[in-house]
Design a protein around this ligand. Structure first.
Ligand code: 2HA
Ligand code: ZN
Length: 275
């Protein structure tokens, strides 16, 4: 009989599959992007027998009290999405948050050394906000360098209203997939506390935060939904880049069309995006 390992657990398989799918989309050059997943209590019980490390706790660089005692699977800092499927144990880790919500330690993975993603403060502050506003439903945070969306941040005004409306107009399904819209963070130094605060502030309202000239963060309840959200946003951005490259819109989805769509699909679209 084949020996059972932590790698056979469904949440680990889901994590690996997402990193591979996202790499193949071209969103994760070199060590670009990062992924984190908040384990359920059942998954923690299933994974615990395979934990191999219990070193010292170190500072997260953010305070996330409502994440005290939680466990996350995360990609490693400087590690490539390309390599997660080949050697998950060296490119990803499971971390435990201490009882103050201010420190973490690695309990599994990064076996050849390393640290969790350089964007750990943003990931954990986003998880903290999303755990609260979704009553624990959201578990996945994905940061990707999605090409066409990045391109648009050089051309469109960096405003929530503009990005939301333009992305919605590029594909009829968009307002149904992200009815709350998207938020935009102007250019900031990545990796630190300030960009984490700005992003998590947007996550109170949106499931998508654009980082100007850098990429996007998406939040969701599971791997499929979160990957699908990033995929939909990037597809819409790609259409907009093509439309702009062909000389711009000659016709589009109108405000009234959005109102009709919202009614039939039972979604509420904020009025400020329907001007
Ligand atoms: O290289 O994407 O934002 C990892 C990153 C930093
Ligand atoms: Zn990045």
């Amino acid at each position: 009989m084949e020996e059972k390992t932590i790698l056979s657990l469904p949440f680990v398989q889901g994590f690996i599959r997402l990193t591979d799918d996202a790499f193949r989309q071209g969103w994760h050059e070199r060590n670009g992007g990062n992924l984190s997943y908040r384990l359920t209590p059942e998954e923690v019980s299933q994974a615990k027998p395979y934990f191999t490390q219990d070193g010292d706790f170190c500072p997260i660089g953010a305070s996330t009290p409502n994440l005290a005692g939680e466990y996350f699977m995360v990609t490693g800092s400087g590690k490539y999405f390309r390599n997660v499927i080949l050697e998950p144990q060296n490119n990803a880790a499971i971390i435990e948050i201490d009882q103050t919500g201010e420190n973490y330690r690695i309990v599994w993975g990064l076996e050849q050394g390393g640290r969790p993603t350089s964007e750990l403060p943003s990931h954990l502050m986003n998880h903290s906000v999303k755990k609260e506003v979704t009553n624990g439903a959201h578990r996945v945070i994905l940061h990707s360098h999605i090409t066409n969306l990045i391109a648009l941040t050089f051309v469109l005004p960096l405003e929530d209203e503009v990005f939301t409306r333009e992305l919605w107009e590029m594909a009829t399904e968009c307002p149904v997939v992200f009815p709350d819209g998207v938020g935009v963070v102007g250019w900031m130094v990545p990796g630190g506390h300030d960009i984490a605060v700005a992003t998590s502030e947007l996550m109170k309202k949106y499931d998508v935060a654009v980082w100007a000239h850098h990429g996007a963060f998406c939040s969701g309840p599971d791997f499929d939904t979160t990957f699908g959200l990033m995929h939909t946003v990037e597809k819409s951005a790609e259409i907009l880049v093509k439309v702009l490259s062909m000389g711009g819109k000659r016709q589009t989805i109108t405000t009234q069309n959005f109102r009709d769509l919202a009614k039939d699909f039972h979604v509420t679209l904020p009025e400020r995006f329907l001007k």
